[in-house]
Unconditional design. Structure first.
Lengths: 340, 366, 520
């Protein structure tokens, strides 16, 4: 039976028209869920269908892209972020192209190293269960330093920096804040203050977080989580009620996501047009309520839920992609020894 | 080691399988239990072995009430109908199982296993897997295994089932030889009386509520009763009868469940002058314990003896009967021969009574 | 009248069965073994450096001791219901069988979520959770492997030992244990391998703990060290295949098939005990069901209504219908591959087991899904064999993951087919074709049912390999569950949990179907 399958494959790969494609493949992570009509405009304008191909989380995506550099599985890749960018650059995954078709936030453009286009950003921050803190009679923490204060002992849960993206982001935030020499002391203090480290975001949020039955009112999540809490509340919340959770702005680390043309694609021009589409206003304005990220296009307006409930983070921690790639492995390994 | 089954009954759910069964097997005897399929024969054996607990009644081995004892303490061997040889052990290890369990030393085990395999004629198969054995061979291994640890009682469940005639005969010889050779008491069950006649000393029918067991026994067993009844008040008289040890002689005894001998009779080949040239057997030493008179025990013994003689080409059975016994013999279809008395060893007057084996009462001298 | 058939397992196989195992071997070699070898060859630069990296030797050690501990506890927990179900009449036996054996095919991401919901958050909870989850999954292996052997052990065999003077302890040591030992060891070796190479459970539940399989993922994905990952993957594969081949003797050589069913006395205390254990196994599922009904203020059916499309979904692109369709299609295709190849292998393995074939077919059990995924990526990346992102790659991988278990479940069923029936039919004038259609195929039906149900269920629940492979716009139920549970908001977690419960019920139901149809 497998013989016949191979025969089918051979037949199918025999034909391909090199001049104009009728289809482009957009690689993305599993949770890439744009609305169904997100690419209709693109198809109408160019006559090219966009086929979305999902495969794992961002890390897995880049690992795969690295191995297949030059002979990629698709034409455009969505979802490389600033923690992974250096690895992608080193493996020469992309064909350099930064889209200038639409106005993008200036502070984001350069972070793409001239190779990829920033498509969105999100902030990884500590979220606070306001009601739980009120019940305990504790004022919410404001700065990172507050978290090592004994008042907040045993209240914080974060995810594993070696396996979870927000976990890594938070680690980078502390390194950015306290520097190469100070971050280990900070984390030792956190450990002394009984921080709980769990394997993933889901575990932290839905099992340890006090809002969902756990006993920790401070959880590592995203700046876009409070609007999600409102949108997906059950029973539904009235539009003007406040979000049940809030964000500790001082803890935020900015994650920027990029899209790029994959090196080795047969249709470079068309792929670039697709990247242009990804930063167009029509596509960008669907991002907040579908992917729970902030658009990089300055003209894309935020929906009401975000305007009302998402914090405005003006000075998040950041780190250059090259610095991340240089230090990441040793930071994570050292972090593991501190928290284990 | 004697075995007594006393008033045993068991029901599975609503079905009564055994109802007030009693029997006694004296030490060294082999008793067969006969009954139709489903009559509870296997269950009876399982109760004696301790694999089932009876609802009422008890089992006694040599006077010990073992009804509550666990199986492994009873030292009662059981040859299963389907043999139940251990598949993970070869022939020799199967036979050795009971010995090893009892803690025999290795040289003793080897010796005993060799002995038994030799006795059943399977010495050349000792290292083989039991999967290679035929039905008859497996049965012999099972027998060897059961007898190896010298159990007090041996139980056999349909030992001849499924074997053809010559194998059956051969196996019967082997079984009887091994049991008698070791003086082991045995109880075997079968659905077919003819199967077991070659092996057993006596037959017990299931379901008859009969607490008396009739068996052929060695003469030592019956001599005490002879003294008590036949030679009552005649202390000097011998209770050893001439011909007791002849080849064709057999002695029958009836036991109650305590093992007490209630009645005896001796049957020996002896010509009768009144019927010259005919094959004749004499019935001697008919005695019934004084407290069990008039309960038909005598009749049972005579029936049993006559049944055994059926296969032996006997023409006539005769006895010397006292006056008081004449009515009894007449009822048993014996005829008084002649008018006069004959002399007897005791000096008391006797008549000769006789009976033709063809069943016709009547004068056979013509 | 009772009798025993001692099945001799050394029968010469007809010529056609010599070729029968080839498709399954080809499948595993093409999907698992070749990609792994290519991965090692093309990415490994220094095979020694990975061993000195922090966490790696710790992961190896953890794999071994946690695997051993999990196996020990699984055996201890699993042999109790196995014993009771084997030796005593139990009311509601089919339900209990389903409860104990269905967990094996359940998706790890779902079961992980259930256990997380159950256990209170405390420092050591991850190790306890890992052990509990392993026991939950693998008791099934113990029951499936040991129960048939124990059940067929004739009560009278033990009675024979007792009449030979053996007290209960000696009966166990002299008869029961020697007859059970091959099955128990076989189960134990499989459980050990599965626990030592555990991936999904550790990733979801085990914060801070890492097995070699998780370490492979970490090396390749989080730390960008594909070379190190490949080395670990290759070593793990070799060790696992060797271990399985050596210890996992699939059958006892003397299969005693008893045809008597002795009357066994009912023992109420043991019935109650096995039911209590069974109910304990239902607790994780109950916890998940509870999560699916719990909103921020109380109980609500919103998650379930969302799942069945009964309300307008506020969740963006929940794509439940699509996920269900995709999962079903993948499952059917995977079964369509795994069942015929697996059964043809099982037929020849039942008659004459061959070590090298066993080794190959067992490979998917112990090879890292990440390594296979990466390997496929760089092996089949050149025309004309560029099959990356082809829709059928996923079901093919599912089929190779299910294959070893399909074979294991089918072999004993095929063994129990009386071998003389085909011959009898031949003497009655039936041609080979007629024999195949009218005698063999109907007799194979239990094996086909079991193989199909297993394969379908495993495919439905597969997450690790499926999510790693690039799929053309197709989401499956387990992936949907994972993405729903990765999103904040009560509705997300409720719908995600409801989907998880649905998935559990469907996969569990498939397995129940098997047990109802197979004669025990």
């Amino acid at each position: 039976m497998t013989f016949s399958l191979v025969a089918v494959v051979v037949a199918a790969c025999g034909s391909s028209d090199d001049s104009t494609p009728d289809r482009l493949v957009l690689l993305a992570y599993d949770s890439f869920t744009p609305p169904d009509d997100a690419f209709d405009l693109f198809t109408a304008e160019t006559g090219i269908e966009v086929q979305i191909a999902l495969g794992g989380d961002a890390g897995e995506l880049i690992a795969k892209a690295g191995l297949t550099a030059g002979n990629p599985e698709g034409d455009v890749l969505w979802g490389v972020d600033n923690t992974l960018l250096s690895r992608a650059l080193d493996a020469e995954v992309f064909d350099p192209y930064v889209s200038l078709a639409h106005p993008l936030r200036p502070e984001l453009i350069d972070s793409g190293a001239g190779v990829v286009t920033p498509v969105d950003y999100g902030d990884v921050c500590i979220n606070i269960d306001d009601g739980a803190l009120v019940d305990r009679g504790i004022t919410p923490p404001v700065t990172l330093d507050d978290l090592i204060d004994p008042i907040y002992r045993s209240l914080l849960v974060v995810s594993d920096a070696s396996t979870s993206s927000p976990g890594l982001a938070f680690l980078l935030a502390t390194i950015d804040r306290f520097g190469d020499d100070g971050w280990t002391d900070y984390w030792r203090a956190l450990v002394d203050n009984d921080v709980l480290v769990v394997s993933g975001w889901s575990d932290a949020y839905y099992t340890a977080f006090s809002r969902y039955g756990g006993d920790r009112p401070l959880v590592l999540s995203y700046a876009s989580s409070p609007p999600a809490e409102v949108l997906f509340a059950d029973p539904p919340l009235a539009d003007d009620s406040p979000a049940p959770t809030s964000v500790m702005v001082d803890s935020c680390f900015r994650q920027i996501e990029f899209a790029g043309v994959l090196r080795g694609t047969k249709f470079t021009n068309e792929a670039r047009r697709l990247v242009d589409h990804l930063v167009s206003v029509e596509f960008q304005r669907t991002l907040p309520e579908n992917l729970f990220v902030f658009p990089s296009n300055t003209e894309a307006e935020l929906p009401t839920s975000f305007l009302r409930h998402a914090p405005v983070v003006t000075a998040p921690s950041t780190m250059e992609a090259s610095r991340i790639s240089e230090g990441r492995t040793r930071w994570v390994e050292e972090w593991l020894t501190i928290v284990s | 080691m004697s075995l007594s089954i006393i008033d045993v009954g068991i029901a599975f759910g609503e079905r009564t399988v055994l109802d007030r069964e009693s029997l006694h097997v004296p030490t060294g005897s082999i008793l067969a239990v006969v009954g139709a399929s489903g009559s509870g024969k296997t269950t009876l054996l399982r109760i004696v072995a301790g694999l089932e607990r009876p609802d009422h009644g008890r089992i006694e081995i040599d006077g010990d009430d073992v009804t509550k004892w666990p199986t492994h303490r009873r030292r009662v061997g059981l040859v299963f109908q389907d043999n139940q040889l251990f598949p993970h052990l070869d022939v020799a290890d199967n036979v050795a199982f009971g010995l090893r369990t009892a803690g025999w030393t290795r040289p003793d085990v080897t010796k005993r296993v060799a002995e038994l395999l030799d006795a059943v004629g399977l010495s050349d198969r000792r290292d083989q897997s039991i999967a290679t054995l035929s039905g008859g061979e497996a049965k012999r291994v099972a027998l060897a295994r059961t007898l190896a640890p010298m159990p007090r009682i041996v139980l056999l469940d349909e030992p001849f089932a499924g074997l053809d005639d010559d194998r059956r005969l051969h196996l019967a010889e082997v079984v009887r030889h091994m049991l008698q050779g070791s003086g082991t008491t045995a109880l075997l069950v079968s659905h077919d009386r003819s199967d077991v006649e070659a092996v057993a000393d006596g037959i017990h029918r299931l379901g008859t509520h009969d607490a008396i067991t009739v068996l052929s026994v060695p003469v030592e067993t019956i001599r005490p009763l002879r003294r008590e009844v036949l030679r009552a008040g005649m202390a000097n008289q011998s209770v050893e009868f001439d011909g007791d040890d002849d080849l064709d002689t057999f002695h029958l005894a009836a036991f109650d469940t305590t093992g007490r001998v209630l009645a005896t009779s001796t049957w020996l080949r002896r010509d009768l002058s009144a019927a010259p040239g005919r094959n004749a057997f004499q019935l001697r030493g008919m005695a019934t314990a004084t407290d069990h008179q008039s309960r038909g025990l005598g009749a049972r013994l005579i029936d049993e003896g006559l049944t055994r003689l059926e296969t032996r080409q006997v023409d006539v059975v005769w006895a010397n009967a006292r006056d008081a016994a004449l009515d009894f013999y007449r009822r048993m279809n014996f005829q008084v021969h002649g008018d006069g008395f004959v002399e007897s060893v005791t000096g008391l007057p006797h008549h000769v009574v006789m009976r033709s084996m063809s069943g016709r009462a009547g004068d056979i001298s013509s | 009248m009772a009798h025993h058939r001692l099945v001799s397992l050394r029968q010469t196989a007809p010529w056609s069965s010599r070729f029968a195992p080839l498709p399954s071997a080809f499948l595993v070699v093409a999907v698992v073994i070749v990609p792994l070898i290519v991965l090692v060859v093309e990415t490994v630069d220094d095979p020694w450096s990975v061993w000195s990296r922090p966490g790696v030797t710790g992961a190896v050690w953890f794999s071994i001791w946690q695997g051993a501990l999990s196996t020990f506890i699984t055996l201890a927990v699993g042999l109790v219901p196995t014993w009771i179900l084997a030796r005593f009449p139990v009311r509601g036996r089919p339900i209990l069988m389903a409860v104990f054996t269905a967990p094996f095919v359940l998706p790890t991401v779902v079961v992980g979520a259930a256990f997380l919901a159950l256990l209170p958050t405390s420092l050591d909870r991850s190790l306890v959770a890992i052990l509990l989850a392993h026991v939950f999954f693998n008791v099934s292996v113990v029951v499936r492997t040991v129960l048939p052997v124990w059940r067929s052990m004739d009560e009278n065999l033990l009675a024979a030992a007792r009449t030979l003077g053996a007290d209960p302890l000696k009966v166990w040591r002299g008869v029961t244990w020697p007859l059970l030992r091959p099955a128990i060891l076989s189960a134990a070796s499989l459980v050990f391998v599965m626990c030592a190479t555990s991936y999904g459970v550790i990733r979801v539940l085990g914060s801070g703990w890492s097995t070699v399989d998780v370490e492979i993922y970490r090396r390749a994905v989080a730390l960008g060290d594909v070379s190190g990952a490949a080395v670990l993957a290759a070593v793990q594969a070799l060790v696992v295949i060797t271990a399985l081949t050596m210890w996992s003797r699939r059958s006892s050589e003397w299969a005693v098939l008893s045809t008597t069913i002795p009357t066994r006395r009912r023992r109420l205390a043991l019935e109650v005990l096995v039911w209590i254990i069974g109910l304990a196994f239902l607790v994780p599922i109950a916890a998940l069901a509870a999560t699916s009904l719990r909103s921020s203020t109380g109980w609500s059916l919103a998650g379930w209504r969302n799942l069945f499309g009964l309300t307008e979904s506020r969740l963006p692109d929940t794509k439940i219908v699509e996920a269900v369709t995709n999962s079903a299609v993948y499952a059917v295709v995977a079964a369509g591959i795994a069942v015929p190849t697996g059964l043809s292998l099982a037929r020849s393995a039942a008659r004459r087991p061959r070590r090298w074939l066993t080794a190959i077919v067992d490979a998917p059990i112990g090879v890292s899904a990440v390594a296979v995924g990466l390997g496929i990526l760089i092996t089949y990346d050149v025309d004309p064999i560029d099959v990356r992102a082809s829709w059928w790659l996923v079901p093919v991988v599912h089929a190779s993951v299910a294959l070893p278990f399909v074979v294991r479940s089918a072999v004993p069923l095929i063994r129990s087919i009386p071998s003389g029936l085909g011959e009898a039919a031949a003497t009655l004038g039936a041609s080979p074709w007629r024999r195949w259609v009218h005698v063999e195929l109907p007799l194979l039906r239990p094996a086909v049912t079991a193989a199909s149900a297993f394969s379908l269920a495993m495919s439905l629940g597969e997450f690790g390999a499926t999510s790693f492979l690039t799929r053309r716009d197709t989401t499956t139920l387990p992936i949907l569950v994972e993405s729903l549970l990765s999103r904040p908001g009560s509705l997300s977690v409720m719908t995600g949990s409801a989907t998880a419960v649905l998935l559990l019920v469907v996969t569990g139901g498939l397995v129940v179907l098997v047990d109802r149809r197979t004669p025990t």
